[in-house]
Design a protein. Structure first.
Length: 757
């Protein structure tokens, strides 16, 4: 690379970004607001160290939270400095610390070829320990025990400290789990005996290595001249303590993060690592990246008015040179089902009117269970979508389990359903017994049901008794299905099968999500029963509808053009042209579980801030005034977070805007450096648009002769006049000026228009 090219990358940075990159020595904090180009700054700083300051790549430690982030950073650096980038100690905390433990782990008793247990390995071992200690696995659930031990390790608490701390022992006794500390001890000892570490051990044992062997610590302190950390707001106590030790001698520590995007407390992330950094480093140099390159001015302004409500934060003000853009749209729906329909309809219209792709859209929600109504509406509109970070609603294990019971209670010949549920919840019918049933059925040309229905004639013992009980349970379900509507029958089966109870008793985050998903399925069945358009309200009728809606007859092999559906937590770090945030209701977002303290509520508000700042061009929020929860139709209140947004940034659809907080001084958060707040607002009055009811004789007309000036009726937009025709290309389009909805561009292949003259 020529000398002139060596510094050309610096010219791509704005003034504050360049200051952060050129700050080489001493501790520094780069507060990187949403969409402010933090990855570019971090990668350019590493490149700058190598290219302009001749730092050996081997002496640079760069820590990230995902392998993908590390890979992308290394590729960018390699474009500037060449193959030397491959020598940087770069990777996730876990991968880098595992590398260190492979080298020096023998100092704390581990061979270099130690095994790394994944979550399933750890839970399997815990399950065995619980059984060996003769403990009730319904009290000491492996998931609960695993999470408790993980939380302790991430706070650098050993099993000995755990057992000796009265706070922990008192909590465990109150939770009826007094032997939690003993399980912790046995688990650690068994892992050590097996020469194995779990994910948390990779952090904890690195800490122990440095704590107990100062010569090893000193070696790495001298080796790593520069330590850089990405997404610093997501670090836990263990990660912070270890990196602080590594940078203690040279003090060349650079951390990049945004306290306003700290949303992983449930994983152990500690926001005060970034908020209190200056206390540990009095000479800390702080750089604020406040220019947003991602979003329109209205979105940036709105996000500012939200996050200002939090007390625990580092002061900053996002601004942008991007266009002002559209106001945020707020949709009020009568129900969660209608919310899904309105969102799907909006996506369809935006695609047609602005020639967009499915991949330009994302629908974000607080919990996975909310995807059901969105998925169904998208399917009905033939809009392809993909679920990120989770399975499609009807493909989730707990949903398939319940549906398996429902299916088999109706059709005893459904062998796949039988195999799924015969030992669910566990009732002592093992894989060996099931295999024998299958062999017997095939040898005698019988159905599996015929074999188990007559098990008393061929089998004996505990498993035979369990099978007889199962058969009697299914027969009872069959009788009840004949007498009950779909919801009543499904609710009974969910309860008396034992599945609902098992999920309810699992208080882990995963368990709560699964329980919520089953409740959402029951909500869908209740909606089906309450829908006056459904004459047949039987369970078999509902299952048929589900089977049709989940059967997608299309080849998806190379098709990536899909609407993205995901939780907000999964959306962090991503961006989309159009974003929909659904379920903006109290007790849903903010979550009811996050209202017990200011810290929890502020984390929820940061989560909302993250959701807002995913949008590039258009942002739509929605809420329902009624939502099925736990089988009941409940009234919902708009989320308090809607009131955090200044109303001048929102275009309200069919609703009155929630009351805003008059005590907040919004004028200092204009989002545009050097400009007055109110002068840059888009002056657009709120409007209330009533839903059009199609005329009684509405029938879509043949639009082959449609021309400018014709009066038309649309089933949703109402009456209008054709103002322009586009006859070019494969698809004919018409611009129609509607009385209540303004000008819309419609693709005539799909649009249902009735010609009125």
């Amino acid at each position: 690379m020529k000398e002139g090219e060596a510094t050309s990358y610096l010219e791509q940075l704005n003034p504050e970004q360049r200051k952060a990159v050129e700050c080489i020595n001493g501790p520094s904090l780069i507060i990187a607001g949403a969409g402010s180009g933090k990855t570019r700054v971090l990668t350019y700083k590493i490149a700058h160290l190598i290219r302009n300051h001749k730092v050996d790549p081997f002496n640079i430690l760069a820590l990230t939270f995902t392998n993908k982030a590390a890979s992308e950073m290394r590729q960018r650096i390699e474009k500037i400095v060449g193959n030397e980038a491959r020598n940087i100690w770069m990777g996730t905390f876990h991968s880098v610390f595992a590398r260190i433990l492979r080298i020096d782990g023998h100092r704390i008793g581990y061979p270099s070829k130690f095994t790394i247990y994944d979550t399933d390995d750890s839970k399997s071992l815990l399950k065995a320990i619980i059984k060996e200690l003769n403990l009730d696995d319904k009290v000491y659930k492996p998931n609960t025990v695993y999470n408790r031990i993980s939380a302790a390790k991430n706070r650098l608490i050993s099993w000995k400290e755990y057992q000796g701390n009265p706070i922990f022992t008192t909590d465990d006794e109150a939770a009826m789990k007094p032997l939690m500390g003993k399980i912790f001890q046995v688990y650690v000892e068994r892992c050590f005996k097996a020469s194995a570490m779990d994910f948390d051990d990779l952090l904890y044992n690195t800490y122990v290595l440095y704590r107990d062997h100062t010569d090893v610590l000193n070696k790495y302190q001298q080796f790593f001249h520069y330590v850089l950390i990405d997404e610093f707001q997501d670090t836990n106590i263990a990660q912070y303590v270890i990196t602080k030790k590594l940078a203690a001698v040279r003090q060349n520590l650079t951390v990049v993060g945004d306290d306003a995007q700290s949303i992983y407390a449930f994983r152990g992330a500690e926001i005060y690592n970034i908020l209190n950094l200056e206390k540990d480093y009095p000479d800390l140099q702080v750089f604020k990246l406040e220019q947003n390159y991602r979003s329109t001015r209205n979105i940036v302004n709105a996000a500012n008015t939200v996050i200002i409500k939090n007390k625990a934060q580092l002061p900053k003000k996002l601004w942008t040179h991007n266009p002002e853009g559209e106001l945020i749209e707020l949709i009020k729906a009568n129900s969660d089902n209608e919310e899904g329909k309105l969102v799907a309809s909006s996506i369809f219209e935006e695609k047609v009117n602005h020639q967009l792709q499915n991949s330009d859209f994302a629908v974000l929600y607080r919990t996975n269970s909310q995807s059901r109504s969105i998925e169904e509406a998208l399917r009905r509109n033939n809009i392809k979508y993909k679920i990120i970070g989770g399975l499609s609603f009807y493909q989730r294990r707990e949903i398939k389990d319940i549906l398996g019971y429902l299916r088999f209670s109706i059709n005893h010949n459904d062998e796949q359903a039988l195999k799924r549920i015969i030992n669910l919840p566990k009732r002592g019918i093992g894989a060996g017994t099931i295999n024998k049933i299958v062999v017997t059925a095939y040898e005698n040309k019988l159905s599996l049901w015929e074999v188990i229905e007559n098990i008393s004639n061929t089998g004996s013992g505990r498993s035979a008794g369990a099978i007889i009980d199962f058969v009697n349970l299914i027969k009872r379900f069959e009788i009840e299905i004949q007498k009950r509507d779909a919801y009543s029958a499904a609710n009974l089966i969910a309860k008396e099968s034992g599945l609902l109870k098992e999920l309810y008793e699992d208080k882990t985050i995963e368990g709560l999500n699964r329980y919520e998903n089953v409740q959402e399925l029951l909500n869908a069945i209740k909606e089906f029963v309450d829908n006056t358009e459904n004459e047949d309200k039987s369970l078999s009728s509902f299952l048929q509808e589900v089977a049709l809606i989940t059967s997608i007859d299309e080849d998806e092999a190379d098709d990536q053009d899909k609407v993205t559906l995901m939780t907000i937590h999964m959306a962090k770090g991503l961006e989309f042209r159009h974003v929909y945030i659904v379920g903006m209701e109290e007790d849903l977002f903010p979550s009811q579980m996050m209202l017990s303290s200011r810290a929890d509520l502020e984390e929820e508000r940061r989560l909302f801030y993250v959701a807002l700042t995913r949008a590039m061009e258009k942002l739509t929020l929605s809420y329902a005034i009624t939502r099925y929860r736990f089988g009941r139709l409940k009234s919902c209140e708009p989320s308090r977070f809607l009131g955090d947004i200044h109303p001048q940034f929102i275009r309200v659809t069919r609703s009155a805007f929630p009351k805003i907080d008059s005590n907040i001084n919004y004028s200092s958060y204009d989002g545009i450096s050097g400009h007055n707040f109110t002068r840059n607002l888009q002056k657009q009055p709120k409007r209330s648009v009533s839903k059009h009811i199609p005329s009684p004789d509405f029938t879509a007309s043949d639009t082959s002769s449609l021309s400018t000036g014709m009066k038309v009726e649309h089933p949703k937009f109402g009456y209008g006049v054709v103002v322009e025709m586009d006859e070019e290309g494969a698809n004919r389009k018409a611009k129609v000026k509607f009385d209540n909805f303004g000008v819309k561009t419609l693709l005539l292949t799909f649009a249902k228009l009735k010609i009125c003259n």
